[in-house]
Design a binder for this molecule. Structure first.
Ligand code: CTP
Length: 396
């Protein structure tokens, strides 16, 4: 989604300016063309040469430089940008923007653009918490600017508190969300489940499966990138949640059921990528079970198949991970669970299934028609599935 887009990156005078190089690099690798704009103060922290070398494009600092293409049309960057991101945004730049002062290339571009503007503050904690900065940030939010962070942690001053520039991954996520805000899922609430449920035997052991949650996370990210408001119900909370996605951490089938039924209230689509246990231990020991001389057997009871319980006009999409009779089993599940679509997954196919970075899915619709999707990254496979969900909204 960044490929071929013009992104304006404003860098201002903060010690975190060096991190802008990482952001510029990741954006360039993703295929975007980056117009870097720097304030004079920013050039004291990081050289224009560094950013020019990373982006392979000129860096703009002086509004009146006759040598640049800006001399005649100095708002051209603001016009061609699909998004403007100021990272790091110093207290001074935030103040300038709040008051509409366009005295440097960064604030000029922000003021002159119609594209979404993202502001990532980075400064010492006390400067951030100062009433003036807070009031300026509130004014920017009020005007529709997207303020990301700052994160809390160790600051250059040696103090600890809010003021750190957020991670590059977070900035990339926020950019993608901003770029996709008018996408085909705009205004749609989507619930995605991810990971394998865990059913405890005692306080230290559980029954689970090999699901890594990667497919669910890819679906959540892809839906966000198309403008959806996404809730991710996941058992793998150690993984960073995609920016802008609401994460609900769960462990057992009962917890997932409760979270999904609550999130589905008023939602437009449910995509069940989680591998949900069909059985759980009939008893859960309150203390660690000790070994003994005898063999042991385990009594299991059935869990709730809650996909069946989700009712209403919501679009329901399931996954069927199988080792044999793939299409036949998937079709039976689609019918039994009243689904609109099911993604059938052959666990034995190379590059597919649990833990892999790629997936080969076959999408079956309510009429039983099969679409064979080739082996793709999980993000691309997720988008192919979402391509099939989007038209169902219109019908529903
Ligand atoms: N599912 C569910 N609740 C369960 C079990 C499964 O909502 N208790 C959902 C899964 O998230 C998936 C779909 O139902 O989207 C199919 O799950 P799967 O485990 O493949 O099918 P089962 O119906 O459990 O059948 P089996 O395990 O025998 O293959």
């Amino acid at each position: 989604m960044l490929n071929g887009r013009f992104i304006a990156l404003g860098v201002t005078g903060s010690i975190a300016a060096y991190k802008a190089a990482d952001l510029a690099s990741k954006l360039t690798q993703a295929g975007a063309s980056i117009d870097v704009l720097m304030t004079e103060s920013a050039t004291r922290f990081i050289t224009p040469l560094t950013l020019r070398s990373i982006t392979g494009r000129p860096v703009f600092i002086d509004m009146f430089d006759p040598g640049t293409e800006m001399a005649e049309e100095h708002v051209e960057i603001a016009r061609r940008a699909s998004a403007v991101i100021v990272a790091p945004a110093s207290a001074t730049t935030i103040a300038r923007l709040a008051h509409g002062l366009a005295g440097d290339m960064v604030s000029l571009t922000v003021l002159a653009t119609e594209a979404p503007v993202l502001i990532a503050p980075a400064m010492d904690g006390q400067m951030f918490e100062d009433e003036a900065t807070q009031a300026n940030l509130a004014a920017l939010r009020e005007r529709g600017y997207i303020v990301i962070g700052p994160a809390e942690g160790r600051l250059a001053s040696g103090r600890t508190g809010p003021g750190r520039l957020v991670e590059t991954e977070t900035l990339l996520g926020a950019l993608k969300q901003a770029l996709g805000r008018d996408g085909d899922f705009s205004g749609r609430r989507v619930v995605v489940t991810a990971g394998g449920t865990r059913e405890p035997l005692d306080p230290v052991r559980f029954i689970s499966n090999y699901s890594s949650g990667k497919m669910g996370y890819a679906l959540a990210e892809a839906a966000r990138d198309r403008g959806a408001d996404v809730t991710l119900v996941s058992t793998v909370t150690a993984r960073p949640c995609p920016y802008g996605v609401r994460l609900v951490g769960v462990e057992t089938v009962a917890e997932m059921r409760e979270a999904v039924l609550a999130a589905c209230d008023g939602a437009h689509a449910l995509i069940m990528a989680a591998a949900v246990s069909d059985y759980r231990p009939a008893e859960r020991a309150g203390r660690k079970v000790k070994k003994g001389p005898q063999e042991k057997s385990l009594a299991l009871e059935k869990t709730d198949d809650f996909l069946l319980e989700v009712k209403g006009s919501i679009i329901k999409v399931g996954f069927a991970a199988e080792t044999d009779n793939l299409l036949e089993n998937a079709r039976a599940k689609l019918k039994a669970k009243g689904l609109h679509l099911i993604a059938a997954n052959d666990l034995t196919a190379p590059g597919s299934g649990f833990g892999t970075e790629t997936n080969q899915i076959s999408i079956i619709d309510a009429a039983g028609e099969v679409e064979e999707v080739p082996l793709l990254s999980k993000y691309d496979a997720a988008n192919r599935l979402l391509d099939r969900v989007a038209p169902l909204f219109e019908k529903g």
